[in-house]
Ligand binder design. Structure first.
Ligand SMILES: *Cc1c(COP(=O)(O)O)cnc(C)c1O
Length: 363
């Protein structure tokens, strides 16, 4: 507290990210990073951008990120005018809250979801209400339709949801977007690339028919670039323009030259993307089966993490016992989920170390 603070700062409750310990030899399964490196083309593109000409960095980057937008547009087969890019999807989400989610009626999101959402509401003075997940931790679209029809506010949730990992079928998102045509509907697809091997269940395919639908994604998870800080949104031009207006009132150059070059190369390397996401999906299924053998209840996950509880063991104690063995997972001390562990899917070797440690702890 300080008398120098603006009033809004007094009332903020900032988001607390998962820890990034400085220790070596940790099995780090706590913040949903990808265990595989990014495409080698990312390094090549960043090197090329630096080039032999060290002078390159004296110039501002492209304020619109047009090459990156083109790469994203190509990946999704949408017009580049539908794409907005930002310095992480958290930044894109922050602009979205300010640009699209503040209305007279309260913003709706699940009671169990990404804990950054209420933080943005606090920062921007947005009124919100939470909607309970059902007993199986699934989102029930009818609850949103009921509340939204009475008083149209905006809706946001991740799909797959975090930290549950549960996926809502696209048909349900379509029902929501068409049922509340006057409400902005934002789907935070941080994990959607792990949602299916054959086809990725992204709501981007619904955008052409739904002017109220905005989809956000990140390069932090499925493209192994959490350290580069790049995210984007896709929607019809009116929604994208709202985000651009906020961005250009905040920071004209949110993405630096290296991030723009690296992110564009990552989007272009389709083979690397499909290979690594396929490996994570396979490891997730194997890890789920092994946890179930040990007696864990594991929610069906479409993400790069699993959310699991053991009927005979307290989650906080399990988390502490794993930490003693240099394995860190995430435990949330929140109502309804405080008996769960959220475990990032690592390499098969990391998953093996986790399983061995849990077997020893449960014994
Ligand atoms: C990781 C995550 C993000 C943030 O991604 P960044 O691009 O790294 O900021 C957004 N939403 C959800 C649900 C996430 O889990």
């Amino acid at each position: 507290m300080s008398r120098f603070w603006s009033p809004v700062v007094h009332d903020l409750t900032p988001y607390v990210p998962g820890e990034q310990p400085k220790l070596a030899n940790l099995v780090k399964l706590n913040t949903n990073e990808n265990p595989y490196p990014p495409s080698p083309r990312v390094h090549e593109a960043i090197q090329a951008e630096l080039g032999s000409d060290a002078d390159r960095l004296k110039l501002y980057p492209d304020p619109t990120g047009s090459q990156l937008k083109a790469s994203i547009a190509r990946h999704f087969a949408v017009p580049a005018e539908w794409v907005f890019v930002g310095n992480s999807s958290d930044e894109v989400l922050a602009h979205t809250f300010q640009a699209l989610l503040k209305h007279d009626a309260p913003l709706l999101f699940p009671d169990i979801t990404y804990s950054f959402y209420p933080v943005y509401c606090g920062l921007y003075g947005i009124d919100f209400e939470t909607v309970s997940l059902d007993g199986d931790f699934a989102i029930r679209v009818d609850d949103y339709l009921e509340r939204g029809t009475a008083r149209a506010g905006a809706v946001i949730f991740p799909n797959p949801n975090a930290p549950t990992g549960r996926l809502l079928p696209l048909s349900e998102i379509e029902r929501l977007a068409s049922g509340l045509p006057d409400s902005p509907i934002v789907i935070d697809e941080a994990y959607v690339d792990f949602g299916g091997l054959e086809t990725i269940p992204t709501a981007v395919t619904l955008i052409k028919d739904h002017p109220n639908l905005l989809v956000t994604q990140t390069l932090s998870k499925s493209r192994s670039l959490a350290g580069l800080r790049v995210g984007f949104a896709i929607g019809q031009p009116a929604l994208i323009e709202a985000l651009s207006r906020v961005k250009d009132s905040f920071n004209s150059y949110p993405l630096d030259r290296l991030a723009l070059a690296g992110a564009s190369a990552a989007m272009d390397d389709e083979a690397w993307f499909h290979q690594t996401r396929g490996q994570v999906i396979a490891s997730r299924e194997a890890l789920t089966a092994r946890l179930q053998v040990m007696g864990f209840e594991v929610l069906p996950s479409a993400a790069n993490f699993v959310f699991a509880r053991h009927p005979g063991h307290d989650a906080a104690q399990l988390s502490a016992a794993l930490r003693e063995r240099s394995i860190i997972v995430r435990h949330f001390k929140a109502p309804r989920i405080d008996q769960f562990l959220r475990i990032t899917v690592g390499t098969d070797e990391q998953c093996g170390l986790l399983v061995t440690a849990l077997e020893a702890i449960l014994r």
